[in-house]
Design a protein around this ligand. Structure first.
Ligand code: SF4
Length: 317
C-alpha cells in the first residue's frame, strides 16, 4: 500500500485471487463477514480443476448470495489458451509448441551406465501463467470497464492494485515476490502469512463454519501425493472422485513421453507426473485397468475431440 502510494497511486483496488479451495476460501469468508474488503473476487479457471472444485466455487457463490454480498465475482482464463492446461499439453503433444509449464519430474539417460537417473523438476510456471496472470488481467480489464475505457487503453496513473494470494503460513517458501513482474502498478499480498494462519488452521475454521474443505489443485497436478506423503492433495482422491480425470492424467503422462521420444522437442529429459518418476498408469495399475474398462470410451471421445481441435488449429495456421 505504501509503495503504491509513494508512486502517486491513491486509488487502490483490492482483489482476492480465489482458488476455490481452503486458504482463499478462508479469506473469502472473512470478506463476507466484513473483516477484509475486496473490490473484486476473481477465480482463474485453469481448465484442469476437478469437478469438485467447480462445485466448491458454486458453493461459495451461493454463500455470497446468502450474505447479500455484492462484490463482483469474476471468472478468468489464460489469454491465448482459454481451455487452459489441457490445451497447453495438447499443443505440446500434437503440435510444435515447445513450452511445458508444469512442475514435472524429469529423468535423463546417464551415458556411462545407460541408466535413467532423476534430473530435477521443471519450474512451476503454470501457477503464474494460468492462475496469477489471468487474475491480474481480469482485474485490470474490470477497472478499465468501470472507467469506460477500452481493453487496450492505459489505466490512469493514480490507480494501483493489491492482489491477495491465499498462501498459508506453512507455505511461506512459495512467496517469490511482492511486486507483480507483469504490471508495475500491481502488488501481491499474502494475508494468511501475515496473520500466521496455517493450512490446517484455515481448514479447521472452515469446517467449524460448515464450509467446503477440499484442497484446490488441478486433477493432473504433479504435487499430488499419496500414502505417507499425503498433504491433503492426493491421487487417490482423484481416482475416487474423478475417474475420467485420472485416466486423462495417465494419458497426458504417457503421451508427454511419447512426444519427447519423437525427437521434435527441445526438452532433453523424460517428464513424469508422479514423483516416483514412474508412469502414472503403472503406479496405480489396478485402478487404472479397472477404470479403463469402465470409462475407456469417454477417454477416447475426449482424446479424439482434442485431436480434431488441434488439427483445425493447424489448418487455420
Ligand atoms: S495446481 Fe498444480 S498443475 Fe495446477 S496450476 Fe497449480 S502447480 Fe500447476
Amino acid at each position: 500500500m505504501h509503495e503504491l502510494e509513494s508512486q502517486g497511486r491513491t486509488t487502490i483496488y483490492s482483489v482476492l485471487s480465489f482458488g476455490g479451495g481452503t486458504q482463499s476460501g478462508y479469506l473469502l469468508e472473512q470478506h463476507f463477514r466484513g473483516e477484509i474488503e475486496y473490490d473484486f473476487i476473481i477465480f482463474s479457471d485453469t481448465g484442469a480443476e476437478p469437478e469438485f472444485i467447480h462445485e466448491q466455487v458454486a458453493w461459495w457463490q451461493e454463500r455470497q448470495r446468502s450474505y447479500g454480498n455484492q462484490t463482483p465475482f469474476l471468472i478468468a482464463r489464460h489469454g491465448s489458451m482459454p481451455a487452459g492446461l489441457e490445451e497447453m499439453l495438447m499443443r505440446y503433444i500434437y503440435t510444435d509448441y515447445q513450452r511445458l509449464q508444469l512442475p514435472l519430474y524429469c529423468s535423463q539417460l546417464e551415458q556411462q551406465t545407460g541408466e535413467m537417473k532423476p534430473a530435477g523438476m521443471m519450474p512451476r510456471q503454470c501457477t503464474v501463467d494460468f492462475k496469477i496472470v489471468p487474475v491480474q488481467q481480469a482485474a485490470r480489464q474490470a477497472v478499465l470497464r468501470e472507467l469506460q475505457l477500452g481493453p487496450r487503453q492505459r489505466l490512469p496513473k493514480d490507480i494501483g492494485f493489491i492482489i491477495d494470494i491465499g498462501f498459508s503460513y506453512d507455505e511461506i517458501r512459495r512467496i517469490q515476490s511482492f511486486q507483480s513482474p507483469q504490471y508495475a502498478y500491481m502488488y501481491l499480498a499474502y494475508p494468511l502469512v501475515e496473520q500466521h494462519v496455517t493450512t490446517e488452521a484455515s481448514i479447521q475454521e472452515l469446517e467449524a463454519g460448515g464450509c467446503p474443505v477440499r484442497r484446490s489443485r488441478c486433477y493432473l497436478c504433479p504435487f499430488q501425493c499419496d500414502g505417507s506423503r499425503d498433504i491433503g492433495m492426493d491421487w487417490d482422491e482423484i481416482i475416487r472422485a474423478e475417474p475420467l480425470s485420472f485416466l486423462k492424467a495417465c494419458w497426458f503422462d504417457e503421451h508427454l513421453r511419447i512426444a519427447q521420444r519423437s525427437g521434435h522437442k527441445l526438452l532433453r529429459s523424460l517428464p513424469y507426473l508422479h514423483y516416483t518418476r514412474q508412469p502414472l498408469a503403472q503406479v496405480y495399475r489396478e485402478a487404472y485397468r479397472g477404470l479403463l474398462v469402465l470409462h475407456g470410451k469417454d477417454l477416447e471421445a475426449w482424446r479424439s475431440g482434442w485431436e480434431k481441435r488441434m488439427q483445425l488449429r493447424s489448418l487455420a495456421g
